[in-house]
Design a protein around this ligand. Structure first.
Ligand SMILES: NC(=O)c1ccc[n+]([C@@H]2O[C@H](COP(=O)([O-])OP(=O)(O)OC[C@H]3O[C@@H](n4cnc5c(N)ncnc54)[C@H](OP(=O)(O)O)[C@@H]3O)[C@@H](O)[C@H]2O)c1
Length: 306
């Protein structure tokens, strides 16, 4: 099969396009012919060697949508030809490829109305946003939340989910993304290049930070006493709060079919629409990584694999 893979860690140029052996479905697994795979914010960090992974070569990529092409022993819930989407097991890569073997228990059926490209775009971002907003922050109707980096993949799902819950949503983004953020129905949009968010936002019940670094640290300032903040771009641990009357949380982002089914339900209900998407071929993986690593774009970058 064709794949975008690495033989060593490094810059975008280490991404190669070529042949890797076809995967085989083990017991409890299915092989999926990948139609679309998405680029996630973690991918360039994996490529650069920030995560432990030492068996080369390996294909990058954590989520995808496609069609089941083989089933392993014990599989009764899928058959060849089923359209599915999924997020790989935590810490496992391999979606930038024409085929992937994956545990069937973490694969979900793709709704007909959701294209493969959109399903791939919504998989890990949706899982992460739901884990943060619903399971970790437990956001309630009427609460106010600041979502940092609203135009990114995870955050644009989170903005829509928070609005669906009935929260008041404040978000940050550069001016070029404000029309997009208005379309997502954010209540207040701050141009972080012009305005220091800590000067204009206060008394929030919750913060969801997808940016990291000093943005994460400074986010504690906008919380009301008893407020809670969730962080996904500050490594595996939540940052230590600079005050003792708020809670700092790291969403677990577990893999399970029911989370993917919930993405499908939210889409069907009209609560979530897919992000703006820029399409690439697998052979253009290095270009996609350059843009992802710049961290200034809108929505999602997706590989149209076949
Ligand atoms: N399982 C997990 O824990 C998990 C899963 C998914 C993602 N993540 C992490 O979450 C982070 C977000 O990932 P992502 O794929 O959604 O998006 P991303 O590609 O990392 O973020 C892109 C967005 O960030 C915005 N941005 C950059 N700097 C900003 C700033 N200072 N203030 C406000 N916005 C800023 C950009 O908007 P502008 O162009 O307007 O600046 C752009 O739209 C990454 O660090 C990723 O590794 C973790």
């Amino acid at each position: 099969m064709k794949a975008a893979f690495i033989e060593q860690h490094g810059g975008p140029e280490v991404l190669k396009y070529g042949d890797l052996p076809d995967p085989v479905a083990g017991p409890g697994e299915v092989v999926v012919d990948v139609v679309a795979a998405s680029v996630n914010g973690a991918d360039w960090k994996v490529r650069a060697g920030q995560y432990k992974q030492s068996r080369f070569p390996y294909a990058l990529g954590r989520d995808f949508s496609g069609v089941v092409s083989a089933v392993g022993e014990g599989i009764t819930d899928f058959k060849v030809g089923d359209a599915v989407f999924a997020v790989c097991e935590a810490g496992q890569e391999g979606a930038y490829a024409e085929k992937i073997a994956i545990k069937a228990a973490i694969v979900a059926r793709k709704p007909d109305r959701l294209s493969h490209v959109n399903a791939a775009a919504l998989a890990l971002t949706g899982l992460t946003a739901m884990s943060a907003i619903e399971d970790t922050l437990k956001l309630q109707p009427g609460e106010t939340i600041l979502i940092q980096g609203g135009a990114g993949g995870v955050a644009s799902f989170a903005v829509q989910l928070a609005k669906h819950i009935g929260a008041h949503v404040i978000t940050t983004g550069s001016a070029a993304n404000h029309a997009y953020l208005r379309d997502l129905k954010a209540d207040e949009i701050i141009d972080y290049n012009v305005t220091d968010f800590t000067r204009v936002v206060s008394n929030c019940d919750a913060v969801f930070d997808t940016v990291g670094g000093e943005v994460a640290q400074r986010s504690f300032a906008v919380l009301k006493p008893g407020g809670r903040a969730a962080f996904i771009a500050s490594g595996p641990q939540a940052p230590k709060p600079v005050r003792d009357d708020v809670t700092s949380l790291r969403p677990p982002v577990g893999r399970a079919r029911r989370h993917l089914d919930r993405i499908a339900q939210l889409f069907a209900a009209g609560a979530i629409r897919p992000p703006e998407i820029t399409l690439y071929r697998l052979s253009e993986a290095a270009d996609a990584h350059r843009l992802s690593e710049s961290r200034h774009f809108r929505g999602k970058l997706v590989f149209q694999v076949r």
